[in-house]
Design a protein around this ligand. Structure first.
Ligand SMILES: O=C(O)CCC(=O)C(=O)O
Ligand SMILES: [Fe+2]
Length: 314
């Protein structure tokens, strides 16, 4: 598992006491009250699935969208951070057309796309593969100079049970920090390190690896970033952070482990299950995600599109 930083099970189970709020009300930092995300939609039915993030969006056929409906979809995406559509029937052309509405497509640097549609990556796990793609808490492309804005998956084959994806709200994680730790996080920049070869591909025979070439970069990004649409701050602490600017790796490691363990507390997460025809899209600027690998011996196949970010995190 390419998980670099030490993770203490005790910290995962109980939350890190070091990050308790200054309210004195107990060992856990409490999330700030959930910002109201309910609004009236003209075209969509939006059902939140958890307190911190995530919603199912009904009443829309993504194969035939007009701009007014897309504007509402974008608003629901920004409000809920990850949204899931059900029962969609999309050809690769239609999926790509939907993806292009969000911005320029980011080609995945480490594996080949579909021969017919290189912008679409087939994320597949068969009975033979040892692990699932994305089976760790992470931010997509966090080491790129401009990390992706969003990633979407369209489910083509799902296991009989399992194979969900978990998401965590990095707004909720930031909001729940004590004022002291917020002040520290606000000053830090993390070095997000790119790799030539992703170790986990040795366990995924069903995807065709490629050399990432120039995409292997390491970039300093703020640990607390501001969302360009909402103006809210979120924690940007993906698994690629190796150190803070101006600190040694050894000095950085305890605080990285502490912030990551805090950021991934169950209260900040939601879990979405897939059916054939489900299409999920997450805001990669304020979330982390984790592909749950609990369907050994079964198949799961998704089409994936990632959308380029508009600007470097600030
Ligand atoms: O397959 C999944 O559930 C998520 C995989 C992943 O990390 C990604 O597509 O970026
Ligand atoms: Fe991912």
């Amino acid at each position: 598992m390419p998980f670099r930083e030490p993770q203490s099970f005790a910290m995962i189970a109980t939350g890190p006491p070091a990050l308790a709020t200054d309210s004195g009300e107990g060992p856990h930092a409490m999330a700030a009250p959930v910002a109201s995300v309910t609004r009236d939609y003209r075209f969509l039915e939006v059902h939140p699935v958890a307190g911190s993030l995530g919603a199912e969006v009904l009443g829309v056929d993504l194969g035939r969208l007009d701009d007014d409906v897309f504007d509402e979809i974008y608003a629901a995406f920004v409000a809920h951070q990850v949204i899931m559509f059900r029962d969609q029937e999309l050809t690769p052309d239609q999926f790509l057309a939907f993806g292009r509405r969000w911005g320029e497509i980011q080609i995945y640097p480490y594996a080949e796309g579909l021969p017919s549609h290189p912008e679409i990556l087939e994320v597949v796990r068969t009975e033979q593969d040892a692990i699932a793609f994305g089976n760790l808490w992470h931010i997509d492309g966090s080491n790129y100079a401009i990390p992706p804005k969003a990633t979407m998956l369209y489910a083509l084959e799902v296991p009989p049970a399992g194979g969900d994806t978990m998401f965590a709200s990095m707004y909720a994680a930031y909001d729940a920090l004590s004022s002291g730790m917020k002040a520290v996080a606000d000053t830090l920049k993390g070095l997000n390190v790119g790799e030539r070869q992703l170790a986990f591909f040795s366990g995924i025979k069903s995807m065709t690896q490629k050399d990432p070439g120039d995409m292997v970069v390491s970039t300093l990004h703020p640990v607390a970033r501001t969302h360009p649409d909402t103006g809210r701050k979120s924690l940007f602490v993906g698994h690629r952070i190796e150190k803070f600017d101006g600190f040694t790796p050894a000095e950085s490691a305890p605080l990285i482990a502490c912030l990551r363990s805090h950021a991934l507390r169950p209260e900040f997460t939601c879990r979405l299950g897939w059916r054939v025809g489900s299409l999920g899209i997450w805001d990669n600027r304020c979330t982390q995600h984790y592909a749950v690998d609990d369907y050994v011996g079964h198949r799961r196949r998704m089409h994936r599109i990632t959308v380029k970010g508009d600007e470097a995190p600030y």
